[in-house]
Design a protein around this ligand. Structure first.
Ligand SMILES: *Cc1c(COP(=O)(O)O)cnc(C)c1O
Length: 487
């Protein structure tokens, strides 16, 4: 079980009367709380806050921050949901007063610069994906999926087509896909993956019907493989009256090379907090813009940002819109970062991002394929999946390998996902890592595999170097202890 090594809580350090601040002399009239406010609003006892010096509190939080693994402290190859690049220039730009002090209730004529940035960002995303129009409103990939499916529902209803109750999702899909389909009121229907790791076209033809509202697809899929038969798949789904939804959370394999709009997709979401360099930041805020074809544009969430005679306005007069999905107009700070990134890279830079992402992933996959089983032996895109099946036969599970990687200073890859690969390890190196870092990680994985053969206990009991060792991960999720209770 988890054991804390010598790490006092801030409450344990507290000494009565100790202070970490100095206040100036009072130079305004003193307020008598008891006299001026009703009794029920006033605490009867002072809250039990820790009393510590300035140095103690600075050291406490600095020590806490060092216990996290972040992109600034080491390699982070967490496939699919990877924190990719967080360029520091983004932080400089987003802190410019014109961006950081803009207020969502400001009059439109005083916020034209911010609105221009959002409009230009939408235009860039339209060009990158080949879609007609984007909204920046949704705050995450999952919310983008939901909004996209609500637009698909509105589209079918506007055609009097009300019996379309099913959304087809491959068995390798990200978990948010079937979840979003359910939240949008559809039934998720699974389509199988073939032995090449791609959607089985025959199975797709079998599950598609007059009940199909949409196919949700990630391409390259979560195995890191490009769905080569996408044009045929689009024909099958469109032929049955369904729409195509593209999960574009990770676009760093195809930017500048292929566009979902050209593949036949009707609705697309992107994760600006992945491909377009927004930090994930403890679960949010993110940005999951949604793009649609011209035929679907009238269903976009309102307000819609429009440009006329060089004036930007928010258009609320959208009778077919699915409505508002988030207060204001999305997470502006993440959008500024994405805009900065796109402008600093330019079209050729984004193309090179894709090249490097794909090269790095293939390099790693090929160097690892002798030591670990490779379930689908073909070129990958930005990520790849290997299996810990051979090591499991020696009594070392993929979870043990992931934990042992922590001792080597690496964040583990995504494990046990996708679900259709036994003992899966899903690795995404990203485009920004050096060859030296990739080699160090590969060498660590090979060393761990050798340990599994020679000294499996060292892997089974890992990690040995972290503040806490194995935790009950279900308990932490089901019964989180988030506040200090005094004994
Ligand atoms: C991350 C991810 C999502 C979900 O995005 P959130 O912003 O976490 O909601 C969906 N699909 C894929 C393929 C992803 O990698």
């Amino acid at each position: 079980m988890a054991k804390e090594k010598d790490f006092p809580l801030i409450f344990d350090m507290s000494k009565e009367g100790r202070k970490g601040y100095q206040l100036p002399e009072l130079d305004v009239p003193d307020v008598d709380l008891d006299a001026d406010f009703e009794d029920e609003y006033i605490r009867k006892e002072a809250p039990e806050l820790p009393e510590v010096s300035e140095l103690q509190i600075v050291r406490h939080y600095t020590a806490l921050s060092k216990r996290n693994h972040g992109i600034d402290s080491g390699f982070y190859p967490l496939g699919s949901c990877t924190m990719k690049y967080n360029p520091k220039v983004n932080e400089e730009i987003v802190r410019l007063p014109g961006f950081s002090f803009v207020h969502p209730y400001q009059a439109e004529e005083t916020a034209q610069g911010a609105m221009e940035l959002m409009y230009d960002l939408q235009t860039s995303l339209e060009n990158i994906t080949g879609m007609h129009q984007f909204t920046l409103q949704s705050a995450a990939g999952a919310q983008g999926e939901w909004a996209g499916l609500m637009m698909i529902r509105a589209y079918h209803e506007s055609n009097g087509d009300t019996e379309r109750t099913e959304v087809i999702v491959p068995d390798s899909a990200h978990g948010t896909n079937p979840a979003s389909a359910a939240v949008a009121g559809f039934k998720a229907v699974t389509v199988k993956t073939n032995d090449r790791g791609l959607v089985d076209l025959d199975d797709l033809k079998r599950v598609v019907s007059e009940k199909t509202a949409a196919l949700m697809l990630t391409n390259p899929n979560t195995l890191g493989l490009f769905e080569e038969e996408i044009i045929e798949m689009a024909e099958v789904v469109h032929g049955a009256g369904g729409r195509l939804y593209y999960d574009g959370a990770n676009l760093n394999a195809i930017m500048g090379y292929a566009r979902p709009g050209d593949m036949g997709f009707d609705v697309v979401h992107l994760n600006l907090h992945k491909t377009f360099t927004g930090p994930h930041g403890g679960g949010g805020p993110g940005s999951g813009p949604v793009g649609v074809t011209e035929e679907m544009a009238k269903f976009l969430p309102k307000p819609v940002l429009t440009k006329k005679d060089n004036q930007y306005t928010f258009d609320y007069n959208r009778p077919d819109s699915i409505g508002r999905i988030k207060p204001y107009y999305g997470n502006f700070g993440i959008n500024v970062r994405a805009y900065t990134y796109i402008r600093s890279m330019g079209p050729d830079g984004l193309k090179q991002v894709s090249e490097n992402a794909v090269l790095n992933a293939n390099y790693m996959m090929r160097r690892l394929q002798d030591e670990f089983e490779l379930p689908f032996d073909q070129h990958c895109k930005h990520e790849f999946v290997i299996s810990g099946k051979k090591q499991k036969k020696l009594g070392v599970r993929t979870l043990d390998i992931a934990k042992r990687l922590l001792d080597f200073g690496f964040h583990p890859p995504t494990i046990y996902f996708p679900l259709n690969v036994e003992e899966a390890m899903m690795v995404e190196p990203t485009e920004t890592e050096s060859k030296e870092t990739l080699d160090e990680f590969i060498d660590a994985l090979i060393s761990i595999s050798n340990e599994a053969k020679e000294d499996p206990e060292i892997v089974q009991d890992a990690p040995h170097t972290t503040v806490v060792s194995r935790m009950d991960e279900t308990l932490a999720a089901r019964k989180p202890v988030l506040k200090y209770e005094k004994e």
